[in-house]
Design a protein. Sequence first.
Length: 389
Amino acid sequence: MNINTNYDNLEQSYLFSTIAKKVNEYIKSNPDKKVIRLGIGDVTLPLCKAVTDALHKAVDEMGVQSTFRGYGPEQGYDFLREAVQGYYKYHSVDLELDEIFISDGAKSDLGNILDLFGTDNTILVPDPVYPVYVDTNIMAGREVKFVDANQGNEFLPMPDKNVKADIIYICSPNNPTGAVYDKAKLKEWIDYAISNEAIILFDSAYECFISDETLPRSIYEIEGAKDCAIEFCSLSKTAGFTGTRCGYTIVPKNLGKLNKMWVRRQTTKFNGVPYIVQRGAEAVFSEEGQKEIKININYYKQNAKLISDTLKECGIWHVGGKHSPYIWLKCPNSMKSWEFFDYLLENAQIVGTPGSGFGKNGEGYFRLTSFGSYENTVEAMERFKKIFG
Ligand code: MLT
């Protein structure tokens, strides 16, 4: 028996597991201290009423023989695919139903999609970025090249014609920096991908935070994207589905064999998202659902503004928070990322995410999330001001 030795090339544990372990240890030895978590991007507001009503109804259907459902279509029920199709149409993107695949979240599909590609592809990943892109490729033994994101390019790296890549990851609005590509910049990436015969894996998990109509929420808003891009989206941040699990992946038919290969992969390795969850997801796209989730998104945006205003007051350099739930800041007093993590936990009982966990260019930076409760965010910022104000 041979094990996959590529795992030896990974960090010992996944970033957010390492943080959770450190925080749990701190709480164990300081049981009287109130820790405020602004680390992992996990939502805190409950599911909206339109969703819970739909979930309840679907549960009842499952308890009655005539409406009970067993295995569903692996690609998702048509009612949800049609709802997703309508959502894209609203943003002026036309999709065919069989280009839409319902998933249990963007993270799983971002890993699973790699089944479609050989190990000899060169992967291009921005640094810093969501660690799943790098780790899933390391697990498969692929070569990963990095493109630098930094203050100089406003954390929006652009393609370098001298670098050859086969698979390119783009996350916009970006996790962790909150930076968003405009249409012209994305077009440059699309042209680069087409001229390299490469594929863009576009993660749009934070699209619902975009508040400027001119910024693209889907890569397919830009000409040429259907010839080179697969898009991943999720209801986790959009509608609080981090625990409920539902997302969608778009594999355009223009991509030749890839659409059929994905069908083959999913029908073999995946049995679909539960019917009950898909009914809840369908409700997100209803008129009522859209109204209700906007209230929640605005609540998080208010938190983001509060964090940003506090950092401004303290004279701390930062970006993000405008079209994204994340605020990306430079660690005060030239501290390193993990040093600042420990300092903040120890002195203010605030948990954030060390920038270096997202790549070498993240060293010296730190990410705060706006997904906490308003009250906790206010308290955290008061503690922050006491130290750095
Ligand atoms: C994050 O904090 O970066 C996200 O919660 C991770 C995820 O969505 O898996």
